[in-house]
Design a protein around this ligand. Structure first.
Ligand SMILES: NC(=O)c1ccc[n+]([C@@H]2O[C@H](COP(=O)([O-])OP(=O)(O)OC[C@H]3O[C@@H](n4cnc5c(N)ncnc54)[C@H](OP(=O)(O)O)[C@@H]3O)[C@@H](O)[C@H]2O)c1
Length: 335
């Protein structure tokens, strides 16, 4: 009780100071990081991962707001800082206590949540014409989705972690973040990126779906690609999970090569070597083993892209590229 009282007193005493500093995030950086207060709306995988990372970096989590009361209470208990006041779970209190609020709900909920939070705030009357800085974590959605909160004086933006977060324990250090929004919100987003040793990547609001599609191709579809490679191994009699395990060092090696050499230099393999007979044996084996036509079609498409990359790398000449492309499109000799 005493802790809660001291906390409320602290909130009241530092109120003006914190809102005065909102427009100048640098004034709360460096040693003053301890003073930055934040809250998370949508304590799922991304929200909890970010909250934990910011807490480890010295920011103070003051509130958690979710949809399902039981899951919200669980998340709050997990994130509850030791020896600090109980986390706030009401927007009316959160918006007063937090300098920065991260909206980590699913993309489809952002417009609704922004509207609901703004309605709550509006009913109570806005504070000094301002509210906390609000940043959502979606890569595909522009920050304009938060317009109802901006209308009430909140600076709004988006801070998208370019990382796959399969669970709330995922690390967010050293990654790239897609950033977009109001000048003041972007300044705060940059502050978060800096704090977590990351790299900020400014993204045009209109191009965000394209930016997000790139993330999906590189991350989600890599998982799909691994699954398809495992399917080929399964056709060769190697069980799926064993196949995935066997492929992992190869995949890590390929990623390390891209990191070390860049593209197109990192490309290796039969297409890169101009090895037509090997590509032909692949296609024959697909037919012999009854590999799914969709998988064969994808092999062919990606093979044609590999021809383009090999040509760019200079590892094959134009004639070899043409013969390989004809084989892969099915317009040339496949055997
Ligand atoms: N996971 C990733 O790999 C990843 C990576 C980069 C960016 N992001 C972005 O992060 C955001 C969240 O994704 P996620 O993967 O963390 O999703 P998630 O694990 O499904 O978590 C979403 C959270 O939002 C809550 N929520 C849903 N509707 C709500 C509402 N109306 N009000 C308050 N809370 C609500 C959910 O509560 P319930 O449990 O009650 O449903 C849950 O706690 C998305 O914008 C996503 O694009 C995710």
């Amino acid at each position: 009780m005493r802790g809660a009282f001291i906390y409320r007193l602290w909130v009241a005493l530092t109120w003006h100071e914190r809102y005065d500093s909102r427009g100048a995030p640098e004034s709360v950086t460096g040693e003053a990081n301890m003073a930055v207060t934040f809250a998370v709306v949508g304590p799922g995988r991304a929200g909890r991962a970010l909250a934990a990372e910011l807490q480890r970096s010295g920011w103070r989590l003051v509130g958690v707001l979710g949809r399902n009361p039981r899951r919200t209470a669980q998340a709050a208990a997990q994130l509850q800082p030791e020896g600090q006041a109980q986390l706030l779970t009401e927007w009316s209190a959160i918006r007063r206590a937090a300098q920065v609020v991260f909206l980590a709900t699913p993309d489809a909920q952002l417009a609704r949540v922004a509207h609901e939070l703004a309605s709550d705030q509006d009913r109570e009357g806005s504070i000094h014409g301002a509210g906390p800085v609000v940043l959502h974590l979606s890569g595909a959605t522009p920050s304009t989705v938060l317009a109802p909160l901006r209308d009430l004086g909140c600076a709004v933006g988006a801070l998208h972690p370019l990382q796959t977060l399969a669970d709330p324990g995922a690390t967010l250090r050293g990654i790239t973040w897609g950033v977009e929004g109001d000048v003041e919100a972007v300044a705060w987003a940059d502050r978060v990126v800096q704090l977590l040793n990351g790299t900020a990547l400014p993204v045009e609001a209109a191009a965000k779906p394209l930016y997000h599609a790139a993330a999906a191709v590189a991350s989600n579809y890599l998982a799909v690609l691994i699954d398809l490679a495992a399917e080929l191994l399964a056709a060769a009699g190697i069980p799926r999970q064993q196949g995935v395990r066997a492929l992992l060092p190869l995949i890590q090696g390929a990623v390390a090569n891209v990191q070390r050499l860049g593209l197109p230099a990192a490309l290796t393999g039969p297409v890169e070597r101009g090895d037509l007979p090997t590509v032909q044996t692949h296609l024959v084996a697909f037919s012999d083993y009854g590999v799914r036509p969709q998988l064969v079609a994808l092999y062919r498409l990606l093979g044609i892209e590999a021809v383009r990359l090999a040509l760019e790398k200079g590892s094959i000449d134009r004639d070899t590229a043409r013969v390989l492309a004809e084989c892969l499109t099915g317009h040339g000799s496949e055997t």
